[in-house]
Design a protein around this ligand. Structure first.
Ligand code: ZN
Length: 307
């Protein structure tokens, strides 16, 4: 039994309209689901991914309107790494992002940038051999498009305390540079620790809330049992409608989720129109009328591009 790499990464935005513009307009991802935070339905949960809304490509944001910027530190994911086609793709992105005024740092084999709220992203040439998970964007040639997650980097003061859970319970394999690889039969992604800065961490805009690892549908209960037996106190299985989830903290403090590879985002929308309307899981549908007046108005970058 192996986890199939990263399922999704969830972060926090205080400025949802700008967040939509950045991830869909500039980075070229597709908004595949516009729904509400199931723990607070007055605010959005936005999902950006490839054309099909695939696990492995899905960066999502909880909206907390106006929330102050956070500060990454011990026990937090501080960088989300995406694959792109090649070194030439890094040249493409460097030019595109610089033109847009994005702060970035280029080196051989890497382009590090910050999203408008300070979340660090990195683009690296794809050497995985995994299927590229691509979104379509008129200004982004397919050969340069973002292809899904390569991995995440987190801060930990005591990474050795995580080793047992990561390797013996979750089946991560030690990989180069002190990283671990979570690789299943279809996909893989890495998890890696860096030494934390001295400052006290603070959750807020531009910080990662949790990272979810992907499980085949029929192995999910078994993953819960394993994590539970290891003493990591997983939540019960929670039905998120688009997938089922368990949550627990790994010893560094980073919040982990294990999410199923289905049913997926076409559970309540057609593939062609994913993310265009407001999707509400059945038990939230009765709130629709009220939410229309409460939720932040958002741009529709695909409409803007086609105009
Ligand atoms: Zn999640």
């Amino acid at each position: 039994m192996k986890l199939e790499g990263i399922h999704h990464v969830t972060a926090i935005t205080g400025d949802a309209p700008r967040n939509v513009e950045f991830y869909t307009g500039l980075l070229g991802l597709r908004m595949v689901k516009k729904t509400v935070n199931q723990d607070d339905p007055t605010v959005y949960h936005l999902f950006y991914a490839d054309e099909r809304g695939s696990a492995g490509s899905d960066i999502t944001f909880f909206e907390y309107p106006g929330v102050p910027p956070g500060r990454t530190g011990d026990g937090m994911v501080h960088r989300v790494v995406f694959r792109v086609g090649s070194e030439a793709s890094l040249d493409f992105w460097q030019q595109r992002l610089e033109t847009a005024g994005t702060k970035l740092e280029r080196s051989n084999g890497s382009l590090v940038l910050s999203d408008p709220e300070g979340l660090d992203l990195e683009l690296v040439p794809d050497t995985s051999g995994d299927e590229p998970l691509l979104a379509e964007h008129p200004e982004v040639p397919a050969e340069h498009a973002v292809r899904g997650f390569e991995g995440v980097r987190a801060y930990s003061r005591a990474p050795e305390e995580s080793t047992k859970l990561l390797e013996e319970v979750l089946g991560f394999d030690p990989a180069r540079d002190g990283a671990w690889a979570a690789r299943g039969s279809q996909r893989g992604g890495f998890y890696r620790f860096d030494a934390p800065p001295g400052e006290r961490p603070l959750s807020g805009a531009g910080t990662v809330h949790h990272v979810a690892w992907a499980s085949p549908m029929d192995e999910h209960e078994e993953w819960r049992r394993r994590v539970d037996e290891a003493g990591a106190s997983p939540t019960p299985v929670i039905d998120r409608f688009y997938f089922r989830s368990i949550y627990f903290r790994e010893p560094s403090g980073v919040l982990f989720e294990i999410a199923t590879l289905g049913p997926g985002f076409t559970a309540d929308e057609e593939l062609e129109t994913l993310g265009q309307g407001l999707s509400l899981p059945p038990n939230f549908e009765h709130l629709r009328d009220r939410l229309k007046d409460v939720l932040t108005p958002l741009p529709d970058p695909r409409a803007d591009l086609e105009a």
